[in-house]
Design a protein around this ligand. Sequence first.
Ligand code: FES
Length: 59
Amino acid sequence: MTHSNSQKPVAVRLDAGTHWLCSCGLSKNLPYCDGGHKGTSFQPVALELNSPKNVEITL
Ligand code: FES
């Protein structure tokens, strides 16, 4: 469960590597973690890709 209840999917193209995604809904740079979760019990979620991919992330 996140602070956000929008359930709005965002389509993004991500390069290979590790991407830190926001799980709290407080980031000002969604869908990525910007550290806005500090002081909450939420932690960013790591998404590791071996190759560039189009992904759809539900916020
Ligand atoms: S800002 Fe949401 S998990 Fe970091």
